[in-house]
Design a protein. Structure first.
Length: 258
């Protein structure tokens, strides 16, 4: 067995590369642009970026956050997304170790990061991201289900996916102004991902998401940045609650035994 630090390092490095791709997704998908073509270019002068200017984090640092050609500032979003993705991927490796479930959770958190970022900026969770992430997570969880003969856990996870869809659909139906239908589409992906880990993780993820949302919402209202009826990027809270359940779950689910 290889040491765990090696897996963490490999996943972290892989996360940097995927984070660079997620920046493209975050910018282009809400604008209904292709994520494949054209190649990345400076949004100000239109110059196509050379390979040396596409190295995650390092290129941005060496260029001091400016376009090599026209000197226009490059958003801090790019290195931040790359570093966050690296951290999330390294965290998945540290959490699961050499487990066949790792690819599914890498795909999950790559999707959640891009969705959360877009939700903050535009208050929308694009179907063009939600559906592919759903397919990838469901497909990749087939690997550990087959490797560990854990088909019961797989179908139980699907039951939680259906339960979360129904719950969020009813919440949306009761209050469509406060909950977008994008959250309803995302809910079964989270129910499936947490359901694979066990029902306690499902409960923890839902509780954590709403607790985080309530704390931030109260803070915004207190700061007069929002009103009680203001819409909030609930997808961010769902992603955060899922992260809490996955990363801190092994320590926190013990509370349910008492």
């Amino acid at each position: 067995m290889h040491p765990l630090w090696l897996l963490i390092a490999v996943c972290g490095a892989f996360g940097l590369a995927i984070g660079s791709f997620l920046n493209v997704v975050i910018y282009r998908v809400p604008r209904r642009e292709s994520i494949v073509t054209p190649p990345s270019s400076c949004p100000s002068c239109g110059t196509e970026l050379a390979a040396r200017d596409n190295i995650p984090v390092l290129s941005w640092a060496l260029l001091r956050g400016k376009c090599r050609t026209c000197g226009t500032p490059i958003s801090w979003q790019y290195p931040v997304v790359e570093l966050l993705t690296a951290g999330l991927f390294a965290g998945v490796a540290g959490r699961f170790g050499y487990d066949w479930a790792v690819p599914a959770y890498l795909a999950l958190f790559a999707g959640l990061l891009s969705l959360a970022w877009i939700d903050v900026e535009r208050m929308v969770l694009p179907k063009a991201i939600v559906y592919p992430v759903a397919v990838m997570v469901a497909g990749l969880l087939l690997i550990p289900a087959g490797a560990y003969d854990a088909w019961h856990s797989y179908w139980v996870a699907w039951a939680f996916a259906g339960g979360w869809f129904l719950l969020f659909y009813l919440m949306w139906f009761a209050s469509p102004r406060l909950l977008g239908f994008g959250d309803v589409r995302l809910a079964p992906v989270l129910g499936l991902s947490l359901g694979w880990l066990g029902w306690r993780y499902v409960v923890l993820g839902f509780f954590a998401a709403n607790l985080i949302g309530a704390v931030i919402g109260i803070g915004l209202i207190a700061a007069k940045k929002a009103e009680r009826q203001s819409r909030v990027p609930y997808g961010v809270f769902l992603a955060s609650g899922t992260a809490v359940a996955v990363y801190a779950g092994p320590e926190m689910v013990g509370w349910f035994h008492h």
